[in-house]
Design a protein around this ligand. Sequence first.
Ligand SMILES: *Cc1c(COP(=O)(O)O)cnc(C)c1O
Length: 377
Amino acid sequence: MEFGTKLIHFGHDYDKETGALGVPIYQTSTFHQHEVEKGQEYDYARSGNPTRKALEDAIALLEVGTHGFAFASGMAAIASALSVFSSGDHVLICEEVYGGTFRMATKFFPRFDVEISFINVGELDDVAQAIRPNTKAVFLETPSNPLLKITDLRAVIALAKQKNLIVLVDNTFMSPYLQRPLSLGADIVLHSATKFIGGHSDVVGGLCVVKDPDLAKRIYFIQNGFGAVLGPQDCFLMLRGLKTLKVRMDAQQKGAQEIAQWLQSRSDIPAVFYPGLVGHPLRDTHLSQADGAGAVFSFRCASKERALKFLHSVRLAAAAVSLGGVETIASYPVKMSHAAIPPLERARLGITDDLIRISVGLEDPADLLEDFANALK
Ligand SMILES: *Cc1c(COP(=O)(O)O)cnc(C)c1O
């Protein structure tokens, strides 16, 4: 079955009772047990809920895994997945990781003696050097945020597998439509479903997919035990958003390509970062592991003043955090997603105060171009 068909049918039958096409919202905390001694699939909604199950099965199918898990946010999914590690374990994380993941990795997990090292995954030798006898996993995110740097997934996964490391990939920027890390050998895929999967800037949630039964047991233990589960209404919104993932991503990606190229052609824009642009350093690597460049890019606009003026005068893009919605969003990493990173470290990573990140929505690109041109005047 092709991806678009999977999005619509995702292995879910019409409702058995009524024939309803939509997945019913099972707004219940508990379930009558027909035969108390026997037990049954659903008994308490933290442990399992049929609406959540439909979403979990759908994401497992789309990410070519076997088990899906829905959490209350992307961070709940990431923190729960990292909770399979124990005190004394060592985990490698790519240095350009999402700010919330960085915060948990530096301020939360160390309190439980899970050691974390940040690595430059672009240098395979550095990754190899960082692996110790107690290293259990490597956590990747590609393209990176906000500079859209690419990690060669196959190369890092091959190295990790030699050392029996678990490979986790935050696939939020690409969505399963464009990139399926489990098919490249990764073990755990994570999503902030708040972004492209929900797709409408109206719900917060997280997803996790694995393909190994033992890992599935370990993640389920955390999901049920820690309990950061996604509620049935929000699961419904995710399922609803998911159906249009392909058409949204196709259109938003087309818009992103057009606007990124237009910015690149302007002599007053010093740099545009987008893996869809000829000249992006690892474009070929990206296109060998993903089916498109996505709908997020960033650019430098030459000065902090110009960046702020752009954010204040642009009309069709919200000046906001987040991405992946049908509305275009312009964010200012220095003050938003990456504000918590110390200025010197930010400068080292290239996150300058003239940098703007754009998540292209479903507006007509011609209108966005006109609006951006005015805001850059
Ligand atoms: C937004 C985001 C997260 C966190 O997800 P929430 O749903 O906000 O908790 C994690 N990773 C990436 C790449 C993100 O963009």
